[in-house]
Design a protein around this ligand. Structure first.
Ligand code: NAP
Length: 310
């Protein structure tokens, strides 16, 4: 007995670079494709000011521009985009049932490209003062800090890139990093370390955000000598990495110790018919160009899987 007809051939969860590229490939292969995105097309890239390392754009391209173009390109070949968040997946009679808030979508194959979300510091007052000086998105909130002084937490590419972006608005950016070496790529490090508006506090963590109605400062602790100090600031931008968006897969798809999806050759998960690509995948290179490449690979694997089912 063949597989009963489902509403779509392929359902893609996540509309970042990986998901949108997968959608482009499956829809161009004439597979009916539905893409679920919880927020905005482009995922994390849409929140990035300028993408300078995607081939073909020697002057760089804004995160919003490339995201909208990728969505437009996938839709042009028939991808249907629905703004819903996946809450769970089940397989019934050979068909995947993907549950969203109040709807269930059906498909013969699923590509998980749900990416990762920014990590919180988990310190007192961080949550209460989010939107009142605590932020995780420089392109969204940077303009509110014209002429102000800011703290950026983290030592990776995001902290350096977004910190540099914030120098357009704030007069001074103090980067607080828990080690004495940055994790960011050499080019971004060099730019940040030499920028006259950027200062660095090394070997230090934020232990509390200070302020009542809005951020007034941060409490810092030196990790080597334990010394605490209060540091005045108008805002805190947190860029301390990401956690995978895989809550909806628990109990179904095999995850690694950090919650990323494990895959084998062809970006297959342990569940036949479910593929994973991009930042959500264990071992992925977290760069837009690599995520797009994985989206292509997952789409071709899904296509081969569906052809074998027929
Ligand atoms: P990341 O590379 O994981 O860096 C996170 C930074 O936050 C690290 O410096 C880490 O310190 C620090 N950190 C982690 N937890 C912390 C905590 N609880 N308290 C204080 N500090 C903490 O994350 P990311 O910068 O968001 O980058 C994610 C991925 O996207 C990376 O693969 C990156 O290369 C990529 N990316 C690329 C670009 C680009 O190519 N232009 C731009 C943005 C992001 P340690 O260094 O001590 O671990």
């Amino acid at each position: 007995m063949g597989i009963p007809p489902a509403s779509k051939d392929v359902l893609i969860i996540g509309g970042g670079g990986a998901g949108l590229t997968a959608a482009l490939y499956t829809s161009r292969a004439k597979l009916s494709t539905l893409l679920l995105e919880k927020l905005t097309p482009g995922g994390q890239i849409a929140l990035t000011d300028l993408v300078e390392n995607y081939p073909g754009f020697p002057e760089g391209v804004t995160g919003t521009d490339i995201s909208q173009r990728m969505e437009e390109q996938a839709k042009r070949y028939g991808t249907e985009v629905v703004y819903e968040e996946a809450a769970g997946i089940e397989k019934k009679n050979g068909i995947f049932q993907v549950k969203a808030l109040d709807k269930t979508f059906q498909a013969r194959a699923v590509i998980v490209a749900s990416g990762a979300s920014y990590r919180n510091l988990g310190v007192p007052k961080e949550r209460e003062l989010t939107g009142r000086g605590v932020s995780y998105c420089a392109t969204c909130d940077g303009a509110f800090f014209k002429g102000k002084e800011l703290v950026v937490v983290g030592g990776g590419d995001s902290a350096m890139q977004e910190g540099l972006f914030l120098t357009r608005f704030a007069t001074k950016i103090t980067v607080v990093h828990r080690r004495d070496k940055l994790r960011a790529s050499p080019l971004l490090q060099e730019r940040a370390l030499h920028h006259p508006q950027m200062k660095f506090i090394w070997d230090t963590v934020v232990t509390e955000v200070l302020g009542e109605k809005k951020v007034e400062g941060v409490r810092l602790k030196h990790v080597k000598n334990g010394k605490a100090q209060d540091f005045k600031t108008d805002g805190v931008f947190v860029f301390v990495g990401h956690d995978p968006n895989t809550g909806f897969l628990k109990g179904l798809v095999e995850l690694d110790g950090k919650g990323y999806v494990k895959t084998s050759e062809g970006l297959k998960t342990n569940v036949p018919g479910i593929f994973a690509c991009g930042e959500v995948r264990s071992g992925a290179v977290k760069q837009l160009v690599a995520c797009c490449g994985e989206g292509c690979e997952a789409a071709l694997a899904a296509q081969a899987y569906l052809e074998n089912q027929e």
